[in-house]
Design a protein around this ligand. Structure first.
Ligand code: GDP
Ligand code: IMO
Ligand code: MG
Length: 426
């Protein structure tokens, strides 16, 4: 992964999120100096399993579990401070020392309780199936130039003035959306006053820290959240999240130039899942879907919602390879397919009877496409102990070869279980 020419890598989800980015970043972080989250917020749930212990990281980069790694939360993240502290406390309780190695960009925007009230109220009409973490409303405020940033806590005496305008506006919107909920100004002021002393010592000019690290040839991983099809520009709009989840967002959200990035690894499951509403062309018929869900443990890490499951969709991954400029793929959860006698792969779509090889812009059209499937023989042998490609059954290797061919990006890693050691480097 890292070599003399490659020191700054982006890891992104190349489907609809939950591809196993946390596991990959944890594995790769063993050789990294810094790991950076650059977009999204507490809507992410990145699972890392070490021995029998499972960690679910929401806002803290998955590199935190390696004691020598410095972690940065970049300017592009919308930070929910209370959740961050709960995450930190839980890490400390489990013996992970984070002192001196977590920094938060002073330009990151804050997610406050009124954002969550607005998220819940707009879900009543929009029905996107959001995670309810206030992500959309926080990004709306950021781009509306009325956000509150980490650096604003440095003048916490001004918080009441800032907040009174925001809380008033939020309450007007809640009324407009016919919600009976109201945000409370005093509660918000007290919250910021309470959070500031704990948050400010972590605040830093994260872009500058990173710039210096990259100049010193330190090894950097930029950890994406969500996935390409949830990108606000390139995803299945409007059933998307509110940030740029694709690799272009890494430079902006970490505060570095795009020329600093040496490669982009796209994480994909050996099949497809989606949580939340919106089209999922290769969604499998109930018996297959249930089996994938059970074997893959496909329940949301944040909300516990059952994930919708289906076959590998090569149109999706080909598209993700293009819009991310993927230089490699990490295929995860191959082991979940171990017991299937036959496995389907969607190679392209048909739309109104015509071939369709590219993602349509219109969500309505994507809802109507019919995937063209090819059937692969299953291997019906456990793969969890494989550590080299040669250890895999030949049918599993053929399956991976085909995914690579259809996706147009080389497979660099194959994950065959939740644990750190269950990884094949190709
Ligand atoms: P992320 O959001 O992309 O980090 O992914 P999540 O953590 O939300 O979901 C991935 C789930 O799959 C987690 O429960 C992981 O522990 C699990 N996982 C990751 N890689 C593998 C794998 O290769 N095999 C199996 N069986 N589970 C995996
Ligand atoms: P990780 O990083 C899967 C989905 C939600 C919803 C849509 C918008 O763990 O892969 P939001 O709360 O962001 O406004 O919800 O995006 N979503 C995710 N799905 N994995 C995630 O993160 C997600 N983060 C958001 O389910 O459909
Ligand atoms: Mg997840």
């Amino acid at each position: 992964m890292f070599d003399a020419k490659t020191t700054c890598m982006v890891v992104v989800g190349a489907q609809w999120g939950d591809e196993g980015k946390g596991k990959l970043v944890d594995v790769l972080a063993e050789r990294a100096d810094l790991v950076v989250r650059y977009q999204g917020g507490a809507n992410a749930g990145h699972t890392v399993v070490i021995g029998d212990t499972q960690f679910i990281l929401r806002q803290i980069p998955s590199g935190i579990l390696h004691s020598g790694v410095t972690c940065i939360i970049g300017n592009g993240v919308v930070l929910e401070p209370e959740n961050l502290f709960a995450e930190l406390d839980s890490l400390h309780q489990r013996g992970i020392d984070t002192a001196g190695r977590l920094f938060i960009s002073d330009r990151a925007h804050l997610v406050l309780p009124y954002h969550k009230l607005l998220d819940a109220a707009s879900e009543k009409s929009q029905k996107l199936g959001t995670t309810g973490r206030g992500i959309g409303p926080a990004y709306e405020d950021k781009y509306g130039r009325r956000g509150i940033r980490v650096t604003d806590l440095r003048r916490v005496e001004c918080a009441r003035m800032l907040l009174s305008d925001r809380v008033h506006r939020a309450n007007q919107l809640l009324q407009l959306m016919e919600s009976t909920e109201r945000a409370d100004l005093d509660e918000h002021v007290r919250l910021l006053e309470r959070l500031a002393p704990r948050l400010l010592p972590l605040a830093a000019d994260a872009g500058l820290l990173l710039h210096r690290a990259i100049k010193d040839r330190r090894r950097v991983l930029l950890e994406g959240a969500q996935g390409a099809l949830l990108d606000v520009d390139h995803g299945t709009y409007p059933y998307v999240t509110s940030s740029n989840t694709t690799a272009g967002g890494a430079a902006v959200g970490a505060g570095i130039g795009p020329t600093a990035i040496d490669g982009v690894l796209g994480v994909v499951k050996a099949y497809t899942t989606r949580v939340g509403n919106g089209p999922l062309p290769t969604e499998a018929p109930a018996p297959y879907e249930q089996r994938l869900r059970e074997l893959g443990g496909e329940f949301g890490a944040v909300t516990g919602r059952p994930r919708r499951c289906g076959w590998f969709d090569a149109t999706v991954v080909r598209y993700a390879a293009r819009v991310n400029g993927l230089t490699g793929l990490a295929v995860t959860k191959l082991d979940v397919l171990d017991s299937f006698p036959e496995i389907q792969v969607g190679t392209m779509y048909r739309l109104g009877g015509e071939p369709c090889e590219e993602m349509p812009a219109e969500v309505e059209a994507l809802g109507r496409v019919e995937p063209v499937y090819e059937t692969h023989a299953g291997w019906q042998r456990p793969t969890g102990t494989a550590r080299r490609l040669a250890d895999l059954p030949s049918a599993a290797r053929s399956y991976l070869d085909r995914l690579q061919e259809l996706s147009g990006a080389p497979v660099r890693y194959v994950s065959v279980g939740t644990r750190r050691d269950q990884i094949i480097e190709v």
